[in-house]
Design a binder for this molecule. Structure first.
Ligand SMILES: Cc1cc2nc3c(=O)[nH]c(=O)nc-3n(C[C@H](O)[C@H](O)[C@H](O)COP(=O)(O)OP(=O)(O)OC[C@H]3O[C@@H](n4cnc5c(N)ncnc54)[C@H](O)[C@@H]3O)c2cc1C
Length: 319
């Protein structure tokens, strides 16, 4: 039985279904999608946000680098506030994944919750999928900030700690080197093939210990200590960073033939337009710095470009 939550969801869906097709469909309700929803709704555009659930942002235990929150804010609170703000201006947010996206004349036709949705423009804010290390309890450890994903986000909170970086290629070297800004005790645990590590000399030069071995166990001890083991030996670290990378959630764009960048993210121009006219992208799915502030900035640029393109198509611009 779904109870009250199910009732609210049904009410929300009924509301979404009763509205005419949106002018703009936003795919993804993370920081990028929700920021664009607020901008477009305030440009008085009919906006539908398809919310595929569990944005990357919901994993953030406590963010200290989001402008305006000097004492930090959790990922859940950020998303709650952004959702409330978008809905305040009548953006419609509908739980569900966009299953397919096709061209339809000058616009697009998407499948969402078993029905067709037509839109004049589409913004992809679908984010990326993290490649987590294959360790027991890793999700719980991320929630407790013992296993971390992003040193740009929270390297400051690693000052003077014993830090391990799990890598399988030179990305691990770069991440370990980045963390030397914060700690002299940085160890790279290389779990990939030997030939994938080409920058070993650089590690020695900047004083990073290298361990080459698969990890076979992880223990969370108390609130802070993470212990990793390989070959029966244990080493204890305060924190572990995973440098195993991400994959962009870009299947819908690929299906439309959108151009990808060298690192397989979506390629966009200065207005966040993909190579497919009317298809825009913002946030982690686009090549760049995976940060909430960046996702928000790209979403603001995309939303403004979409609004202006629609005004132009309607002959409402002054040359
Ligand atoms: C552990 C952790 C800590 C972090 N800490 C920080 C921090 O302190 N500061 C900071 O700035 N950044 C931090 N980040 C990065 C930040 O979370 C991302 O940069 C941000 O969430 C990107 O926003 P986004 O909207 O592009 O993507 P996301 O937040 O990932 O949202 C994408 C959404 O698109 C949805 N989606 C995908 N495909 C579909 C589909 N077909 N139909 C419908 N929906 C779909 C997904 O379900 C998801 O809800 C952290 C990330 C992690 C994992």
């Amino acid at each position: 039985m779904l109870g009250r939550a199910g009732g609210l969801l049904a009410e929300h869906l009924a509301d979404a279904l009763s509205k005419p097709d949106p002018e703009v469909l936003i795919v993804g309700a993370g920081p990028a999608g929700l920021t664009a929803a607020t901008y477009l709704a305030r440009f008085r555009r009919r906006v539908l946000v398809a919310d595929g659930g569990a944005p990357r942002a919901c994993w953030i235990p406590l963010s200290h680098n989001l402008p305006g929150f000097p004492h930090g804010i959790t990922g859940d609170a950020i998303l709650r506030r952004m959702t409330e703000q978008a809905m305040e201006f009548d953006a419609v947010i509908e739980p569900g994944r966009v299953e397919s996206l096709k061209r339809d004349g000058d616009g697009f036709r998407a499948t969402l919750n078993g029905r067709e949705v037509r839109a004049r423009a589409v913004l992809l804010a679908t984010g990326v999928t993290d490649h987590h290390p294959d360790l027991p309890g890793v999700e719980r450890a991320i929630e407790r900030a013992l296993v971390r994903i992003c040193p740009i986000c929270d390297g400051y909170e690693a000052i003077d700690k014993a830090v391990a970086v799990i890598g399988r290629d030179d990305r691990g070297v770069r991440e370990a080197a980045f963390l030397r800004t914060y700690s002299e005790r940085v160890t790279l645990i290389h779990v990939g093939p030997a030939e994938a590590l080409t920058e070993e000399d650089e590690l020695h030069r900047i004083g990073i210990e290298l361990i080459r071995a698969p990890i076979d166990n992880v223990r969370l001890e108390g609130d802070r200590v993470t212990a990793l083991s390989w070959g029966g030996a244990f080493r204890v670290f305060d924190l572990v960073y995973s440098a195993l990378g991400t994959s962009p959630n870009a299947d819908l764009a690929r299906g439309l033939g959108a151009r990808m960048s060298d690192d397989l993210c979506l390629a966009v121009d200065w207005h966040q337009t993909t190579s497919v006219p009317g298809l825009y992208a913002a946030g982690d799915v686009v090549r760049g710095l995976n940060q909430i502030a960046v996702a928000g900035a790209e979403a603001a640029i995309a939303a403004t470009a979409i609004h202006n393109a629609l005004r132009q198509a309607d002959g409402r611009t002054v040359d």
